[in-house]
Design a protein around this ligand. Structure first.
Ligand code: AMP
Ligand code: MG
Length: 352
């Protein structure tokens, strides 16, 4: 067991000595969880294969699920990749630092432990002063998947990280709640048109504005389990799941409310403790053991921000089943629905 040190840091102006001690851990091959604008990441020196392997062990992550490398400068991206296409350069200039991960051709020096054996590497520059200060001070690119136990909802606070990884990592930098709340968008730019492999904090609509046509991989929509060939084996693994089972109801608002209450009633009748994941517009319409709201349907950024926290809260409330309302697939809704569909393990009920 490792003693996990938790350091509170100022998210705007991170204290130098604290960043220095975290960077020391990274340089010595250790693991540091840190806040980004999306979710908390679990960082290790990306060029140290042994350190990267420790990430997989701490998270119990399947070894074939590749890890995103975080950089603080564009220069670092050049050192990790080759043949950056023009469209990728354009996307970098518009969206970095920010929640957009680009899948690019990897250089030989990128450890196979990071790429899961693929010849590509996923790279992004986070828009968070703590993350950027840590990468700069470490002097190396930082490999960082979400700082949760594999399969659990991603962490949006340092406390979530502690719950999952206490005693398994050297340090947690506590910079408060993360702002976006869902992970970055993963965009494969080794193909043309570029293809979204995972929807996230940068929306489809924003990407289209900059590069025109953008494809969405069927696995990114997560309408059903994908058995066919996927660009990254990680896309097949179960994800984001609370302990309680989750049923997702999709359709128009009116039909969704009706169907959701039917499913609630059935489960109450058979003696289950039932939670409902609703929205501000609908939350007062339900009768169940616990009702929580993702926020207004008119502002899906609030749904993205609160989704993972609410899924964890349902587990603390010890519900047996969560019935969740679907939200529109526009803007950040695509990322929210990807997480909900996966958390449901594809138990999706069409209400209309
Ligand atoms: P997380 O570990 O939660 O940050 O998730 C990382 C995501 O990036 C997963 O969906 C991976 O499949 C994806 N990813 C990382 N590297 C690559 C790559 N080289 N090619 C395609 N997808 C990747
Ligand atoms: Mg993850």
């Amino acid at each position: 067991m490792t003693r996990t040190v938790i350091l509170e840091v100022n998210r705007e102006k991170p204290e130098k000595p604290k960043i220095k001690s975290a960077a020391d851990v990274i340089r010595n091959g250790g693991l540091v969880a840190f806040p980004t604008e999306t979710v908390y990441g679990l960082g290790a020196d990306a060029l140290n294969a042994k350190a990267v392997k420790r990430i997989y062990a701490a998270k119990k992550r399947p070894l074939d699920n590749p890890i995103i490398v975080h950089v603080a400068t564009e220069q670092e991206t050049l050192q990790l990749t080759k043949n950056i296409p023009l469209k990728a350069k354009k996307l970098i200039s518009v969206f970095w630092p920010g929640p957009l991960t680009l899948v690019l051709r990897a250089c030989e020096k990128v450890p196979k432990a990071i790429t899961g054996g693929l010849d590509t590497v996923a790279v992004r520059m986070p828009r968070h002063n703590v993350a950027l200060a840590l990468i700069e001070e470490s002097g190396v690119p930082i490999a960082a998947p979400s700082a949760n136990r594999s399969g659990r909802p991603s962490p949006t606070t340092a406390e979530h990280v502690r719950q999952d990884l206490d005693g398994r990592i050297e340090m947690i930098l506590d910079g408060g709640s993360t702002n976006i709340g869902v992970e970055s968008t993963v965009l494969d730019v080794t193909v043309d048109p570029p293809e979204i492999l995972r929807p996230g904090g940068t929306t489809y609509e924003e990407l289209v504005k900059i590069v025109g046509q953008v494809k969405i991989h069927p696995a990114a929509l997560a309408e059903k389990s994908v058995r066919a060939k996927v660009p990254s084996p990680g896309m097949k693994h179960r994800h984001y799941a609370p302990t309680a089972e989750l049923v997702l109801v999709e359709g128009s608002v009116e039909s969704t409310v009706e169907k959701t209450q039917q499913i609630i009633n059935y489960n109450l009748r058979i003696g289950k403790r039932v939670g409902v994941l609703a929205t501000d517009e609908t939350k007062d319409m339900y009768e169940a053991d616990v009702v929580k709201s993702l926020g207004s349907r008119a502002d899906l950024s609030s749904a993205a921000r609160s989704l993972f926290r609410l899924l964890r809260e349902f587990d603390e409330d010890k519900v047996d089943i969560i019935v969740a309302e679907g939200v529109p697939l526009e803007g950040l809704g695509l990322a929210v629905m990807n997480r909900l569909r996966k958390a449901s393990n594809y138990r999706i009920v069409k209400a209309d």
